[in-house]
Design a protein around this ligand. Sequence first.
Ligand code: 4AD
Length: 428
Amino acid sequence: MNINNLKEQLGKTVTLGAWIANKRSSGKIAFFQLRYGTGFIQAVALKESLGEERYQQLRHLPQESSIKVTGLVKENDRELSGIELEIQDFEVVSEAIDYPITPKEHGVEFLADNRHIWIRSKKQHAILTIRNQIIKSTYDFFEKEGFIKTDPPILTSSAPEGTTELFNTKYFDEEAYLSQSGQLYLEATVMSFGKVFSFGPTFRAEKSKTRRHLIEFWMIEAEMAFCNHDESLAIQEAYVNYLLTEVIEKCQEQLKILGRDLESLNAARGEFPRIKYKDAIKLLKDNGFDDIEYGDDFGSPHETFIANSYNKPVFITHWPLDIKPFYMIEDPNEPGVVLCADLIAPEGYGEIIGGSQRIDDYDKLLENIKKHDLNLDAYGWYLDLRKYGSVEHSGFGLGLERTVAWITGNGHVRETVPFPRLLNRLTP
Ligand code: 4AD
């Protein structure tokens, strides 16, 4: 029997399928942490009510054994869930054999090798539950705002974010790449639907071994027609605010399990400050960073310093044209920089969104494709979009795992996806 929300069963006797996540007992009373799918509950067994033999059988069941348990759902204010289960009866489904992840501390590599079972732990369960809420709230937000979800292909012949980080694969006799962004395809569907979004796996063969880099990550991308850069920033701000509000409201128990500092999450809501790239460089230089020059990309210490100057996510705008992809539009008021922004999360969690206004002029785009030495055959269809009713349009991509890392207060993206793909990890 599956019960989604045990709190709604207060005062009732229920039967549920569960796993023993943890246990402790004395002669007469045993406490269990049971994982019943959607959550955890403390369950209490009394020798007096179960009888000596049944009580001993239950209390000696190894960690992660599965049981069907019947009991009364009672209030317990000392529990994060606010409830507990008084066990009246149980049936053993499968007794676990030597579960390797015990309540003691384990090394990161050991846990990563055992990711297939590590995801059962209370902390991982809470992180992945919040990830799920963010996905659900994303769909809700975009639907509310009138967006249509259009799915770009995963196997592609083009490389929107540059050719150095591509995963190649054979497509029969042709060369193909795994998608590193669905953006170019969203630029096509947006001319049909006006406002579109996508959510899908994204692949980057980056040789980066940092807390923020995955080889395979999930990106939410949005594209809006008749929309300039400023209007796009307003949508990004509303979207991130919506995610924060939803998680704070709907994942209270998970945030408590994770010990997330709610004050800083709450403070992050509202209007996000904006700083131009050139002013960010000045800010860094004025504060003793001599390892960065105009024209460099920011490293993680730079991003963290800029983020720490605010308590909200901050947009870094107007980047030099030379270090950004070919499709970004130059600022007509400030030649040499493009109308784009990276959104940096507070508290050192790094960049969570990259977005820009796109070039809508055919000749300018053609010039850039040539300048970047891109294969014209692969981009013919993309250029076409500028021939038939081209309009001002903008869009952005939010990295799900980095956003989950920030909102859950978890320092490393490897714990924000069920099965991370890292530089040296393809298993499990
Ligand atoms: O800034 P990026 O590269 O932007 C794009 O791909 C645009 N085409 C999106 C668009 O305009 N439709 O990536 C967007 C976000 C980053 O801000 C970051 O959050 C995440 O994707 N990201 C990664 N997350 C985890 N691991 C990696 N290796 C990532 N690379 C980017």
